[in-house]
Design a binder for this molecule. Structure first.
Ligand code: 9MR
Length: 464
């Protein structure tokens, strides 16, 4: 199974045009192995059906082969872990933690203080501030204490901001009963129980801009205040449930906006994690191959943020296969990277190829830059439709295209690879004369990577 899925990526990377050489990629590469090479976490939820053994065995096989971080779809939420007052249920969560340990995966805990999936008994105390404070504190102490050292990061507060205005969400038992203090308190209590856990604020629509009126703009102000006041928060989780741009007429989110948020958070030494990604199409429409390829491109653009921004480290998808996705409830479909039959979709290939071809800039590292470097070069102005970031590790290497001839200077023998905007290799060859005909490639925009020894240059070209 492991190789079968990788093979899809390789089949695509095998050259379809006459001039291509053998595949560039090793046969046993998976999203997971490539993510580890790139020093990021890539993951998917364990769907609720997994906990009751309702899923085919290849689901789990794919999950543990392709991913290195896991989160439970519903099983660590308040109603699941404390269904009646003071009686805790850790069975399903323990099952996932064991699975993660057996397979060397990181565990995300989701979620401690949230307005949804709160059991009925909590609502009995809706007008009793002191009691609600005790209920929330007791819940956090027990749940976080139970998984101390096993759950590496928690969504301490989930979806506390209003969708319509830059303010806290008022429809919440915690907000109504306690006021906004429940948020700061939840972080402090969680940190006191497990000081080693990474603590996140998690929400959706954070890819819709950082203006003061947008959710992320409001959140940024809160994060600044938390940091200033010493509230233990380490990360912002962007759920990133988005719709394909062509089917959502009111679409206002973008990878660029989320990247802008990541950059602002870096200045505060706070990480950005993509925690619940799906990119759905409207229910009921026919989804073509072209649509799926465009979807793959969007998946890749969000991945670019995690690969390129030093304070971003996690790319987590809210489901494995379209078959068990929650998206129908949102009037969306086909938002994940495996189809109903657990076959990888173009989005899978797009992610795989991007992980294969990414080369980190030499002067940045994932771990350290949030602490020291808040002035990293602004890349938001770059064209995010580019499959590979533009950077050069050796200035002397250069290229230019004229018609279909690629002129290269600064190299004696350059290895030349051309990728389409999905990140898929379409050409692979050598240039020893300073000029190379890019035969067999149709008109369009491509990324070219040239390499000689350890130096390389990546550049966008248009073939007309
Ligand atoms: O996928 C979850 C679905 O099974 C539940 O019915 C739903 C109930 O609220 O929650 C879904 O997960 C949500 C997550 O916990 C928080 N962000 C939005 C997710 C999708 O609704």
């Amino acid at each position: 199974m492991k190789n079968q899925h990788t093979f899809m990526g390789i089949a695509l990377s095998a050259c379809v045009f006459g001039m291509c050489a053998a595949s560039t990629f090793a046969a046993d590469e998976t999203l997971r192995s490539l993510a580890e090479k790139n020093n990021i976490y890539i993951g998917a939820i364990l769907n609720s059906q997994w906990f009751s053994g309702q899923l085919p065995s290849n689901y789990e096989q794919i999950h543990k082969t392709q991913f290195n971080i896991v989160v439970a779809e519903n099983e660590m939420k308040f109603d699941a872990t404390e269904p009646s007052e003071g009686r805790f249920n850790y069975g399903n969560g323990d099952k996932m933690v064991k699975y993660a340990q057996q397979n060397g995966m990181r565990v995300r805990g989701h979620a401690l203080a949230w307005h949804s999936q709160v059991p009925g008994w909590v609502n009995n105390y809706r007008n009793d501030k002191q009691k609600l404070l005790k209920v929330l504190k007791n819940h956090i102490q027990n749940v976080v204490g139970h998984w101390k050292g096993k759950v590496a990061e928690w969504d301490v507060v989930n979806e506390a901001i209003s969708n319509n205005e830059p303010m806290w969400r008022s429809q919440s038992v915690w907000y109504q009963g306690i006021g906004p203090d429940f948020i700061d308190s939840a972080f402090v209590w969680t940190h006191a129980v497990d000081p080693d856990a990474e603590l996140c604020y998690n929400d959706y629509n954070l890819e819709q801009g950082i203006s003061p009126k947008a959710k992320a703009g409001f959140l940024l102000e809160q994060v600044k205040r938390w940091v200033k006041n010493g509230i233990p928060i380490h990360c912002v989780g962007s759920q990133t449930h988005v719709e394909d741009t062509t089917t959502d007429k009111h679409f206002i989110g973008s990878p660029d906006s989320l990247r802008a948020l990541a950059k602002e958070l870096a200045k505060l030494n706070i990480k950005l994690k993509i925690t619940e990604l799906d990119i759905g199409f409207k229910s009921g429409i026919n989804v073509s191959k072209k649509d799926l390829e465009r979807q793959g491109k969007t998946f890749r653009e969000y991945l670019d943020i995690v690969l390129e921004e030093p304070n971003a480290d996690t790319y987590l998808i809210w489901g494995v296969s379209d078959k068990w996705s929650w998206l129908g409830g949102l009037n969306r479909q086909k938002g994940l990277i495996y189809d109903d039959n657990l076959k990888p979709k173009p989005a899978f290939d797009s992610i795989l190829v991007r992980l294969q071809t990414f080369e980190p800039p030499q002067d940045t590292t994932k771990q350290d830059t949030t602490k020291t470097d808040t002035t990293k070069t602004d890349t938001t102005k770059q064209d995010t439709s580019i499959a590979i970031p533009q950077f050069s590790s050796m200035k002397a290497l250069s290229m230019r295209i004229s018609g279909r001839t690629l002129f290269i200077s600064g190299a004696n023998t350059a290895k030349v690879e051309v990728f389409d905007m999905q990140g898929r290799p379409v050409f692979n060859g050598k240039c020893e004369t300073g000029a190379l005909e890019l035969k067999g490639i149709s008109e369009g925009v491509y990324m070219v990577r040239i390499r000689e020894h350890s130096t390389s240059l990546v550049q966008k070209i248009a073939i007309k």
